[in-house]
Design a protein around this ligand. Structure first.
Ligand code: 5AD
Ligand code: SF4
Length: 476
């Protein structure tokens, strides 16, 4: 139960979404593909790159698994549970494959990279295995698989950023889009498998990012989220214009596309977010006042074992700095309980740093040992599962209290909200978010508004997860 509750926050909220927002003419395409994505936003963005590559080869997307000639699953390795979910899904594909001759199944993403050709031995009915840097080779691999061979490419690259590929927007609300600005991670947090599955960090050509964002805006999009494992270490040497582009500069140039285009970003490593970034956020109204700043633990001793390269005090000073430069900034976090050697005292330090930082929201997990990581090689996974889960339960409760307090403080305030669609429960209500990334639900009343419109909403009430409001000015 607990496990479900917390994992849901990150893994299951956007899990297994299948897409097909284009290609409705069945005769136009030689074959149909279906793609399901798990895990982080980066994976969802990658699936859009994959769709673009397949689209160029004449494959059309379908939301119906049964109709697909090619079935892809874009996978996540971050915790054991994420991998188990994928394996379960693969058993379902296996049944379908037995019924449907000629259907090919491909595994993409982090699990493909981690398990490589072992995947083909373990999951006999998988035909194609492709790592995150090898998507350009997909058409060739599909051909090989069609010829009856098992097709694998898990080569990691030092320079692949898919800069020139315009992602095909899948399952889009036409309002917000993710734009990948870099790939890989050099940080080597000791618990994390990402540096092994996604390789070295590299930044995408700045001009291609700005062009993609401009295109999105010209096509009606109103919000871009710049994505990377560690966006603050974005660094691009623009030889053409003889300049260096930092993350602050990149964000500024995206913000200058139009004041009507909201800019968000994720994820920030506390060690890398600079004053320059904070001042740029403060300077531009359309750069949203929200930072996802994973703390992982509140204990300096554990942070050192995690190789996070900051202490508790240093993190707290960073939170102070954010609030000093951007007083109304929303802050969220990722937290792991039960990391190797964690004592009750360390756990209490985590609780107190949460209270100090007053997170609006957190993604919380218990530690899951991943093969090949520094922690797996160096430390014993010595905290019993019941203890990990009990501590997790405690921090979930603390976060619930903090979220509720933070939302209550917003009652009576008015925010500019970008409308994203109907609320989940009621099509007479809109759902949108304010700059701080909080979801606001409010009645449509008789105003003629649509997705992608900005509107002023006054907060009248709240739940722990949502603000409830009323339109006070439909014209902005
Ligand atoms: N166990 C539990 N949580 C993990 N994360 C990363 N690796 C692990 C692991 N081995 C969490 C971190 C990270 C988020 C994306 O997932 O909190 O910030
Ligand atoms: Fe993993 Fe740390 Fe890199 Fe995030 S910053 S992807 S937690 S190694």
């Amino acid at each position: 139960m607990l496990d479900l509750m917390t994992e849901k926050v990150q893994d299951e909220s956007r899990q297994g979404e299948a897409y097909a927002a284009f290609a409705n003419d069945p005769n136009q395409y030689k074959k149909r593909f279906y793609i399901e994505s798990y895990g982080c936003q980066m994976n969802f963005a990658d699936s859009e790159v994959v769709a673009s590559i397949l689209h160029k080869e004449g494959y059309g997307a379908t939301p119906n698994l049964e109709e697909a000639d090619l079935v892809f699953i874009n996978t996540c390795s971050i915790r054991e549970k994420a991998e188990q979910t994928v394996r379960k899904r693969l058993t379902e594909f296996r049944k379908l494959k037995k019924k449907k001759k000629g259907m090919l199944v491909g595994v993409l993403g982090c699990m493909a990279e981690r398990l490589k050709s072992k995947f083909l031995e373990e999951e006999k009915l998988v035909d194609i295995v492709v790592g995150p840097d090898a998507y350009r080779s997909l058409p060739g691999l599909v051909e090989e698989a069609e010829g009856g061979q098992k097709a694998v490419n898990v080569l990691l690259s030092r320079d692949e950023t898919y800069a020139d590929i315009s992602p095909v927007r899948l399952d889009s609300n036409g309002v917000s889009a993710f734009v990948s600005i870099m790939r890989g991670c050099n940080n080597m947090c000791s618990f994390c498998v990402v540096p092994f599955t996604r390789g070295r960090e590299r930044s995408r050509d700045a001009a291609s990012i700005i062009n993609e964002c401009r295109d999105l805006f010209e096509n009606g999009y109103k919000e871009v989220t710049l994505l990377g494992q560690n966006v603050d270490s974005y660094y691009f040497v623009d030889e053409l214009n003889d300049r260096v582009v930092t993350f602050a500069k990149l964000m500024e140039e995206v913000a200058q596309i139009s004041p009507l285009l909201r800019v968000r970003f994720s994820t920030s490593h506390p060690k890398d977010i600079t004053d320059d970034v904070l001042y740029t956020m403060a300077k531009y109204e359309n750069i949203c006042n929200y930072i996802h700043l994973p703390v992982q633990s509140g204990s300096s001793r554990i942070l050192q074992l995690m190789n996070r390269t900051y202490t508790r005090e240093w993190y707290m000073a960073k939170v102070d700095r954010i609030r000093q430069i951007i007083p109304d900034c929303g802050i969220s976090s990722d937290i792991i309980t039960g990391f190797c050697t964690e004592e009750e005292k360390d756990h209490r330090d985590t609780i107190s740093i949460m209270e100090y930082s007053r997170y609006d929201f957190s993604y919380m997990f218990f530690y899951s040992e991943r093969p090949g990581t520094l922690a797996q090689r160096r430390y014993k996974d010595d905290i019993p599962e019941e203890v990990k889960k009990r501590r997790l339960q405690e921090i979930v409760e603390i976060q619930n209290k903090l979220s509720q307090e933070s939302n209550k403080k917003d009652i009576g305030k008015t925010f500019t909200v970008l409308i994203e669609g109907d609320s989940k429960k009621n099509d007479k209500e809109w759902k949108g978010r304010n700059s701080q990334n909080k979801v606001i639900v409010f009645p449509k009343e008789n105003y003629s508004l649509k997705n992608g419109d900005y509107v002023q909403v006054k907060v009248l009430d709240c739940t722990q997860a949502t603000l409830l409001g009323k339109i006070i000015n439909p014209e902005i």
